[in-house]
Structures are given as structure tokens and as C-alpha cells.
Design a binder for this molecule. Structure first.
Ligand code: ADP
Ligand code: MP5
Length: 301
């Protein structure tokens, strides 16, 4: 396990739902944190009966028990960085936000999980506003996909230009960095490069782009959870926001590529978090980076 400059093991907490199939949620988060050699801890907001075919049921943990788990972790183990995933309902968002305000933690990554890949809602519709009002002001980084970005900014996103506008508007709600993920973007949104999947990062008033080849597969269960946990782990290790996103993007590409041919489950198979962690790189802002042949390259666009 990695240690901080002060000599203690780096501790990351995920506050999210359980995926019984092990591909997304808490399970994906802990596997990713372990791969990045960060000590992972978990507070469960909900249990899902879930597999690669879909979600068969959801059991919501009470807000009181969520609070108890948070206190158990904080009072004994301590927390360097927090990531939130599936938060299910308004009361749990409120409980989590109150706790984060109390402990005054700087590194908070919010993955605004709303809908499972198969279409099952993982957050109640009426809870989106409270997510915006209470949690977003506490976030250092937020990682919406295009559908979640539409919910947060309140208008439909029709092209890559709209993604930029949405990122600026979501940043105005509080997060220091907004990452609009490209998994759901139609191929023709990225001019001249329809085979790339591009994540757009807005931080410090500038846009930086992280791209990789789009792996031709439907086995992308848990990509969002894995990606945000990789960012969380890198932030916990002391990396900058851009460096963390770059490492996470390269990692998720390898994890999806490896999963393309494996036989875990009959449906939307999970990503493979045993993929290698890429070599360190120092991104500059406002650049377009493409991860090719295991290396980052800066490209003009
Ligand atoms: N087919 C793919 N090939 C390579 N990377 C992908 C692919 N699909 C998604 N990704 C990456 O996985 C991460 C999650 O993306 P996305 O699918 O948009 O989010 P979510 O899982 O929240 O819906 C992003 O970094 C995205 O670029
Ligand atoms: C418990 C839980 N949390 C999150 C997701 C979203 O998964 P994805 O990362 O594929 O968007 C999920 N399906 N289940």
C-alpha cells in the first residue's frame, strides 16, 4: 500500500451501493482502489440484487445506518479522500452531505450515478435537485456521463459543443473540476476521429481532453465506477486533478480492452480492474491527449 508523506497508509472511502454481481458499485470501487495500492473502505447506501443482465431489486439502507457506518470509519481509520456513487434517495444525500461538511474534507469525488446501463433508476428523480444543492458544492471533482450531465444542467446535450457549455454550467454549482465522460457520445460528435472516446475535463477555466480508442464491446458494466475510483485513488496518492484523470482514463481503457474477451456473465460483462496501471505522465492544461499503444501522446485538433 502507498503511504503519504506523513508515513500513513493512503485511505480512500467509497460511499455507494453494492452490486451483487461484483462489476459496479462498491465492489468495482474497492477492486480499483486495491489495484492502485490505496486502502479502500466502504459505506453502503443500498444493496442491489444485480448481475450482468440487469438490476433485479434494490434494498435501501436507512440514513441512520449510513451515518453509523460513516462514523465507524472516520473515528477509527481516518479518511484521506471520499468518493460517492449510488446515493439512492434524498435522505441519504442529506446524511452524506452533512457528514462531509462536518469533517471538512477537501478531496471529494462525486460520481452522480443516476441510471444503471440497463435502464433501472439508481437515484430517485426528485433527489437530483438535492444532489445539486447539497453535494455539488462539496465536490472537488464530478464525473457525469452525458445523460447525467443533462440532468444536472437541465437541458439536452446535442453535440460536443454542448458538452463544453454543460461543463461550465455544472462547475458553477460548486465542483472545482467537471469531467463529461464520452462513453455515451455518438461517434460523429468528435470530428475526424469517430473511433475515439473522449472525456472532456473543465478545470481552472480551461478544457483538457483525454481520448482513447473506443473498444468495440458491450462489456462496459462498471466503467463509470472504475473510472471515478481510479481518479479518487490518484488524488489520494497526491496527484493533481489532470494527472489523476489521465491515469484513470488510461486505466479504464486497458480494463475495458481486457474485458472484451472474457466470459464473466451472459450480459453486459464487467470491466477488468486487474489491468495494469499506466506509467505516470504530467499533463498540461488545454491539450488533447490520446492514449495509444500504452503511451500518452499530445495531439493538435
Ligand atoms: N467502449 C469504450 N472503450 C473505451 N473506453 C470507454 C468505452 N466506454 C466507456 N469508456 C470510458 O469509460 C469511462 C466511463 O464512461 P461512460 O460510459 O461515459 O460512463 P458511465 O459508465 O457512467 O455511463 C470513461 O472514461 C469513458 O471514456
Ligand atoms: C450499485 C451500482 N452502482 C453504480 C452502478 C452504475 O454502473 P456503471 O459504472 O456501469 O455506470 C450500478 N450499475 N450499480
Amino acid at each position: 500500500m502507498i503511504r503519504t508523506d506523513q508515513g500513513h497508509v493512503v485511505r480512500a472511502l467509497t460511499i455507494a451501493g453494492s452490486d451483487s454481481g461484483g462489476g459496479a458499485g462498491i465492489q468495482a470501487d474497492l477492486k480499483t482502489m486495491h489495484q492502485f495500492q490505496v486502502y479502500g473502505m466502504s459505506v453502503l447506501t443500498s444493496l442491489t440484487a444485480q448481475n450482468t443482465n440487469g438490476v433485479q431489486g434494490i434494498y435501501e439502507v436507512t440514513p441512520e445506518f449510513v451515518r453509523l457506518q460513516l462514523e465507524s470509519v472516520y473515528t477509527d481509520l481516518g479518511i484521506d479522500v471520499v468518493k460517492t456513487g449510488m446515493l439512492v434517495n434524498t435522505k441519504i444525500i442529506h446524511t452524506v452531505a452533512s457528514f462531509l461538511r462536518e469533517i471538512d474534507i477537501e478531496k471529494v469525488v462525486v460520481d452522480p450515478v443516476m441510471v444503471a446501463k440497463g435502464g433501472t433508476p439508481l437515484l430517485r428523480q426528485e433527489s437530483v435537485e438535492i444532489l445539486k444543492d447539497e453535494l455539488l458544492p462539496l465536490a472537488m471533482v464530478i464525473t457525469p456521463n452525458v445523460v447525467e450531465a443533462e440532468e444536472l444542467c437541465g437541458y439536452s446535450i446535442r453535440d460536443f459543443e454542448d458538452c463544453h457549455r454543460a461543463a461550465i454550467d455544472i462547475a458553477a454549482l460548486g465542483p472545482r473540476a467537471v469531467i463529461v465522460k464520452g462513453g455515451h457520445m455518438p461517434p460523429d460528435w468528435i470530428k475526424d476521429a469517430p473511433n475515439l472516446v473522449v472525456d472532456l475535463v473543465y478545470v481552472g477555466g480551461e478544457f483538457t481532453y483525454f481520448a482513447s480508442e473506443r473498444v468495440d464491446t458491450y462489456k462496459t458494466h462498471g466503467t463509470g465506477c472504475t473510472f471515478s475510483s481510479a481518479i479518487t485513488s490518484m488524488l489520494a496518492r497526491g496527484a493533481s486533478i489532470l494527472e489523476s484523470v489521465g491515469m484513470a482514463k488510461a486505466f479504464i481503457y486497458e480494463a475495458v480492452k481486457r474485458a472484451k474477451t472474457w466470459d464473466v456473465g451472459a450480459g453486459h460483462g464487467p470491466t477488468d480492474q486487474s489491468a495494469p496501471i499506466p506509467a505516470r505522465f504530467e499533463p498540461m492544461s488545454s491539450a488533447f491527449y490520446v492514449f495509444r499503444n500504452g503511451r500518452w501522446n499530445e495531439e493538435s485538433r
